[in-house]
Design a protein around this ligand. Structure first.
Ligand code: NAP
Length: 332
């Protein structure tokens, strides 16, 4: 073939989601920086990935290429797609992620997060294709009174439909018994899709426009207030950094197969994350801390789900990663 090495393929589900779009963004960034491929071990992943070539062709599947909704032919459709692409690795980033809606739609959440994951993981295992399943800090429900970051092999206690369906997906991947990584992450934000950061910016904009419609002078008005939960602790995580970590993981396989955790550094509660968003954007908003009970969301949330990052213990602080996401949002 003209002496050219054919790159191996990585298939990715969930192309339109936060992680799917972040993977595409990071790969495009890498293409622009492909002049050098030197990786220094001590360099944090978010810096390495600016110069590390993916080494694979990534093929992104959205719902049009692979709809994972229930139907009789789903298994055959998956087999056909995998035979067509013969990938080296498979990132399963599609998921039912609406935590509260899942409480009323258990069947749909379990279909996507457990059944579809099971079919994909088995199809990959049968062909010895590396399977990467994204999972969640929500598998660590309960109170965790010791407040120690969770390690991958700590016992899980999923509460609520979403958390249980994702835990069932983890088990399906393990039972398929092929080469796999289960990568649990937490509190994902990005310039893309739906997430807490974008919700806070929208709420802030609405409150500030309301005030300016009322024609109030800055001097005689109090800053608008947004109430945010302050008794749940987790690690906010940039989908861009997660994407970089996954690309590096597939290229190097530097971590042993099995369960891993990836989050940015620094535990926080939601009100702290909201405060940082408004501060970095210079928005005059006051964050009012409230309790989980005050917020009264339909689905239970872990009170403490801080993850010990086993893929990149030197991951940067979430505030630095937030600044990157906000700067991309500004120019998007
Ligand atoms: N977001 C978080 O805070 C968070 C935290 C911990 C773990 N995770 C995990 O990380 C992974 C990626 O999350 P994310 O934030 O990128 O999710 P996301 O933005 O909600 O994206 C979910 C993706 O799944 C796709 N999808 C849904 N139903 C589908 C179907 N029937 N067939 C094909 N595709 C379908 C969606 O496509 P459409 O756009 O067409 O609906 C979308 O591309 C998930 O496994 C999630 O559980 C997320």
């Amino acid at each position: 073939m003209g002496g050219l090495l054919q790159k191996e393929t990585v298939l990715v589900t969930g192309a339109s989601g936060q992680l799917g779009q972040s993977l595409q963004y990071v790969l495009q960034q890498q293409l622009a920086h492909q002049k050098t491929s030197v990786v220094l071990d001590s360099t944090p992943i978010h810096e390495q990935m600016a110069t590390f070539p993916a080494g694979h062709d990534y093929v992104f599947l959205d719902r049009n290429q692979l709809d994972l909704s229930p139907r009789e032919s789903l298994s055959q459709d998956i087999d056909r797609l995998i035979e067509e692409h013969r990938p080296k690795a498979f990132i399963h980033a599609a998921a039912y992620t609406q935590v509260d809606a899942a409480e009323l739609d258990e069947q749909a959440a379990f279909h996507l997060n457990e059944t579809a994951t099971d079919l994909l993981a088995k199809a990959c295992a049968a062909r010895n294709i590396l399977f990467i399943y994204l999972s969640t800090d929500f598998v660590f429900g309960g109170k965790n009174i010791h407040q120690k970051p969770f390690l991958p092999l700590d016992p899980i206690a999923p509460e609520g439909v979403y958390a249980r369906s994702k835990a069932a997906g983890e088990k399906a991947v393990q039972d398929a018994a092929g080469p796999h990584y289960i990568v649990r992450t937490s509190w994902v934000f990005s310039p893309f899709g739906h997430n807490f950061v974008k919700t806070m910016l929208r709420l802030a904009q609405e409150r500030l426009s309301f005030l300016s419609e009322q024609n109030q002078q800055t001097s005689d008005r109090n800053p608008p207030t947004i109430s945010v939960v302050a008794d749940q602790f987790g690690c906010p995580t940039s989908a861009l950094d997660l994407a970089r970590a996954l690309i590096l993981l597939i290229a190097t396989k530097a971590s042993p197969y099995g369960i891993h955790h990836y989050s940015n550094t620094g535990p926080a509660h939601w009100a702290q994350l909201a405060g940082a968003i408004f501060e970095q954007r210079n928005l005059p908003i006051t964050v009012k801390p409230i309790s989980t009970e005050d917020f009264a969301a339909p689905a239970p949330r872990p009170h403490f789900s801080v993850l010990e990052n086993t893929l990149d213990p030197k991951a940067r602080h979430w505030k630095e990663a937030l600044a990157e996401a906000l700067s991309i949002l500004k120019t998007a």
